[in-house]
Structure formats: structure tokens, C-alpha cells
Write a protein of this length. Structure first.
Length: 197
């Protein structure tokens, strides 16, 4: 007659040749007063510590400019029928130290894909019916990532979100344009550039 008994889980652990052997259980058999114990080990491959790598830190940049207390009644700057770079004064985050305040541009630290989010708000005094737009690029031009809107009666703002592939060393900036011989005044602007994994 056989009598089986399941023993304790995980009785021992040992490491050999990059693998770890762990006993997950024992089984005992009793026959005619003699006990036979069988141990069941399981080996798990564990990579050497030197093989473990960590992902590089991703570049992160965010900034904004202008509040009521930091502007005069004419706004941050005026924009007319010319592409105009918006100066960014308040850097919130710059993990790669890539902001160039002289050119008001962010120099891409690592080639890759980036999420770019920008927002521009005009002064409430902007005339109704003016087409205006904003974008973030290495050149101040109307392209696929430049967005347009038309001023309404009050509180005009425009947001722009894009995912673009950029090469290391490319300097990008926030800029805008207004189809008007009468310039419009910018109240505030924000810019966020986040490298994607």
C-alpha cells in the first residue's frame, strides 16, 4: 500500500551557471514502513547583472510666457503679415538643457520622435475676422504642422499638437502669422516638447 505526502514548498535555492534552481515541493511515499522522498527542482534562467540595461532618459521641455502682471496693455508682442518667433521667457522643465534663449529655440538633443504641443492666446482686443496661425518648426513657414484659425469677438486662442521625427541638433521654435495689415497682440503662449520612447 502506498501513502503519499506533499511536503513544504520552496525548501532550498542555489545558483549555478547563471540559473537559479528552486525546490518547489517534495513528495514522500511510505511502503511497508520505508519512507522514500522525491524532491522536484525547477531551474529559472537569471541573466547576469551586467546584461541588464536601462532605457535612456527621454528629453522633456516645457515653457510659457506672459501673464497679466508681466505685460503692458499692448501684449507680449505684435504680429502682422510676417512669420514672427514668439519669445519664451519662463522655462518650466528642460531635462536636456537644450533651450537657447538667444534664438528662442529648443535644440533637439537626440534623434527620435517628439510630441509637440503649443498654445497661443491673443489679447482680447484682437479685431474680429483676422486669419492667424501658429506652428513649431525649424523654419518659420506655413507647413503641414502649422494650424490656422480666425478671430472671433473675444478671447481668441489656438492650440497645435503634432508628433514629428526630428534629428539631433535641429533647432525648433514657436512662431505665428496673422493675415492682417493691422497687427494683433499676443497675450500668452506655451510650448511643450516631449521625446517619445
Amino acid at each position: 500500500m502506498y501513502k503519499l505526502k506533499l511536503g513544504a514548498l520552496i525548501l532550498f535555492a542555489s545558483t549555478f551557471a547563471g540559473a537559479q534552481s528552486v525546490t518547489v515541493g517534495t513528495m514522500s511515499s511510505v511502503q511497508n514502513g520505508t519512507t522514500t522522498t522525491i524532491t522536484v527542482p525547477v531551474s529559472v534562467a537569471v541573466p547576469p547583472t551586467s546584461a541588464v540595461t536601462t532605457a535612456p532618459a527621454l528629453a522633456s521641455f516645457s515653457a510659457n510666457v506672459a501673464t497679466r502682471s508681466s505685460m503692458d496693455g499692448n501684449g507680449l508682442l505684435t504680429v502682422g503679415a510676417a512669420f514672427t518667433t514668439i519669445p519664451i521667457a519662463n522655462i518650466v522643465t528642460d531635462s536636456a538643457s537644450a533651450w537657447n534663449p538667444t534664438t528662442n529655440s529648443y535644440v533637439i538633443p537626440t534623434t527620435g520622435n517628439y510630441l509637440i504641443v503649443s498654445h497661443v492666446r491673443l489679447m482680447d482686443s484682437a479685431p474680429k475676422g483676422i486669419n492667424y496661425g501658429q506652428g513649431v518648426n525649424s523654419t518659420n513657414t506655413d507647413d503641414v504642422n502649422f494650424v490656422w484659425s480666425t478671430t472671433g469677438t473675444n478671447r481668441n486662442s489656438i492650440a497645435n499638437t503634432s508628433i514629428v521625427h526630428l534629428d539631433a541638433g535641429t533647432a525648433v521654435r514657436l512662431f505665428m502669422y496673422a493675415d492682417s495689415s493691422t497687427p494683433v497682440s499676443v497675450y500668452s503662449a506655451t510650448l511643450s516638447i516631449q521625446q517619445l520612447p
